[in-house]
Structures are given as C-alpha cells and as structure tokens.
Design a protein around this ligand. Structure first.
Ligand SMILES: [Zn+2]
Length: 389
C-alpha cells in the first residue's frame, strides 16, 4: 500500500500525537487547527508518547512505542500444525485453520507488528508480523469470500449496528449490551457506576461484560481513572470491550450552533480514529473493531470511511437518559464521565429490577460481539465487495 501523507492530531491545547505512515524524519510539522500554547508545544516533537505512566504490574505490554501506523486488509490462515503451539507472544487464541485479517501494520518498539482480527467473533490480537508469516499462509480468495469478516464488512458498509442479533434475542432470556461512553469531560467520573459494575461481577462470579467507549481526551485528562479501568480489565474484574470513541471527539459548533462531530468536513476521521488506537496500544490495550460515533452522529460518507478502516459502528437503540427501560436485544448507552446522572439513575433502577434474573441467567448482559450482524450460515460474497484491489 502506498504510504499516506503524515497527519497530525490536535486536542484543545495543541498538537498531541503525530501519526506516521512513513519514516519519521520525513514528517511534516504540525498543521494544528488550534493555536499552540507555549507550555504544550514541546509535545509536538515527542511522537506518539502520551504522558501516561505505565503500571509495570499490569501493563505487560505497556511502555510501547508505536510508529508508522497504518491500515491494511490482508488475510491469512493459521497453519494447522501450530494449533497446539504457543507461538504467539501474548497467547493470542488463534488455533489452526483460523482465518485472520491483518487490519493494521505498525512498528512496535522497532518491530513490525500487526493488529489481527480473528474470523467469527472478530476479536483483535496484537501479533508480530514475523510470527504470523512463520505460522500462517495467505488466505485463498474463496476463504476470504466465505469469511464472517468479509460478510460483516460488506453488510455494514453504510449502516450502524444498534441491537443484538436475532438468533440471540430468540433465547428466552432478556439480553442486552451495556456500553459506557467516556467523552471528554473535566468532571469527575461516576465512581458509583463502576462500583456497581464491579459489585455485579462479584455477585455473578465472573467479570461483567461492558463496552467502554473511550476518547483520548478523557483518558489523558483522567489518567488515574483510565489506569483503574486498565487494572480492572487486566485483573479480570470487568470484561471490557474497548470501543473507539475517537481521539478528540470533535465538539465545534457551526455558525448556527449545530454540532457535527465527526461529520464536520474539517475533521480528519481517519486521523481521529487511528490515533486513539495508537494511544490504546501504547497503554497495553488491544483496540477492538468497535467504534462509537461521537454524539451518535454519522452520515454516509463517514460510515464508508469507517468501513474502509475495518471498524464497525456500534450505535445505541436505548440511550437510557432518554428511554423508559432496557428492552430485549438493546444496545444500552449511559455516560460515565460525570455528565449524565439521569441515565445512571435509570441504569441502577434497571439493575435492581433485574438483579435476581441476572443471577439466575434469565437476564444476560452480553459483550458487544453479540451485536455482530453475521452468523456462520450466510451466503458467500463477491470478492469485489471485500477487497480494495
Ligand atoms: Zn461521546
């Protein structure tokens, strides 16, 4: 793939991260949209090093330097002979004959590295490119065509996903996905929300599934809370799906006072999305294929751009602050950033109401993957619907 031009990421107080898809010495200087404060301008020179101190105990992958980050879409099949081997640096669960899509290429601490997505549940893994090449072969066209990955991205080219798949909601239990948005905010987060989720994990005897839609601006402003989320995830107290909610969560009103979020023509969606992935990776977190549009605002253009990045837009059909209750198959949205107590009050009430059934598995809180629109039985596709070639 031809290298793209260098892009810069800005936050309120100036350029923060520079994403490179070519050699660092070639990168341009900032083209920040906002004036640069003198005390923060030095950060333009320190590429991709957000000021978050890694916790050595839990961040076995942290302290990583990510450079030359760019998207791709290439397919491999893991060799059957390696099924039983632990060939993957971080115990990626990639048994033999698994089809994988490499959706990102980058340098991690100087080594060529891939973000792989496993076919089926579309879970992501970080793997050294050298290890993959040693233990996998390129996928054949037919294998690609028949993959759930390909079918999913063909189906979601111009649409969002906002509810759990029908074959799952057909079960007798009430099922829903719980997502918590952490948009940028100066306010203290809602500690009682997270206490409540942790307590529910304890009661269930397993980590509760929760989607955390995180923005870079929030993570950088609330490092301590971000650290707590990482710790709960690493310690198996919460089963977090890290949903990309963009680096900057653009909030710039037009002259009529309307907010366009990522559909603002001035916003570089690719940059805003990929730089959040870099921030997560540098913090030892593997990004997922899920994305939540800021403000739940999107149009055809940004949906296509997101699809080209091999990400899926997880919308919400029950924004609890504006809804009466949780319904079967819902993707539920609350905010945990101190900005929406009304939604949390309803969530606590709903959790009280359903607690008995949750413990009896008659109500289930499911991971985001329950909303994947594709099952195994769907018809094959044309390659032209999958590959950009
Ligand atoms: Zn938001």
């Amino acid at each position: 793939m031809a290298p793209r031009e260098t892009v810069d990421v800005t936050i309120d107080d100036g350029p923060l991260l520079t994403l490179l898809s070519q050699a660092p010495e070639k990168h341009q200087t900032s083209r920040a949209a906002h004036p640069v404060e003198p005390q923060t301008s030095k950060r333009t020179n320190s590429f991709a090093k957000p000021a978050i101190s890694p916790d050595a105990e839990i961040d076995h992958l942290a302290g990583r330097e990510i450079t030359n980050y760019h998207e791709s879409r290439s397919f491999y099949v893991i060799a059957p002979a390696d099924a039983a081997d632990r060939i993957w640096e971080h115990e990626a669960d990639l048994p033999g004959n698994t089809l994988v899509a490499a959706i990102r290429h980058f340098m991690m601490n100087g080594e060529r590295t891939l973000l792989l997505v496993r076919d089926g549940d579309l879970k992501a893994f970080v793997v050294k490119e050298e290890a993959l090449k040693r233990h996998a072969r390129p996928a054949r066209d037919q294998e690609i065509q028949n993959s759930d990955f390909a079918k999913t991205f063909a189906l979601t080219r111009e649409r969002v996903i906002d509810r759990i798949r029908d074959d799952i909601t057909a079960q007798p239990a009430l099922s829903f996905v719980l997502t918590v948005d952490l948009c940028q905010s100066r306010r203290t987060w809602d500690q009682d929300l997270f206490d409540r989720l942790l307590a529910l994990s304890d009661l269930l005897g397993r980590p509760l599934d929760v989607g955390i839609a995180i923005t870079g601006k929030w993570a950088l402003r609330h490092k301590h809370n971000f650290g707590a989320l990482k710790r709960w995830s690493a310690q198996g107290k919460l089963n977090i799906t890290w949903i990309n909610h963009s680096m900057n969560h653009p909030l710039r009103p037009d002259r009529f006072g309307n907010y366009h979020f990522l559909t603002d023509k001035e916003v570089d969606l690719r940059n805003d999305v990929l730089s959040l992935e870099v921030l997560l990776l540098e913090n030892g977190i593997t990004p997922s294929i899920w994305f939540r549009f800021p403000g739940l605002v999107y149009d055809r253009r940004v949906l296509r751009e997101l699809n080209d990045l091999s990400l899926l837009a997880l919308d919400a059909n029950v924004w609890l602050a504006n809804a009466a209750r949780i319904t079967d198959g819902a993707v539920v949205l609350v905010h945990g950033n101190g900005n929406e107590r009304a939604g949390l009050r309803k969530l606590f009430r709903e959790l009280d109401k359903h607690q008995g059934k949750l413990l009896a598995a008659e109500t289930e809180i499911l991971p985001a993957r329950a909303a994947l629109p594709i099952g195994r039985s769907d018809a094959p596709l044309l390659l032209s619907q999958i590959l950009f070639r």
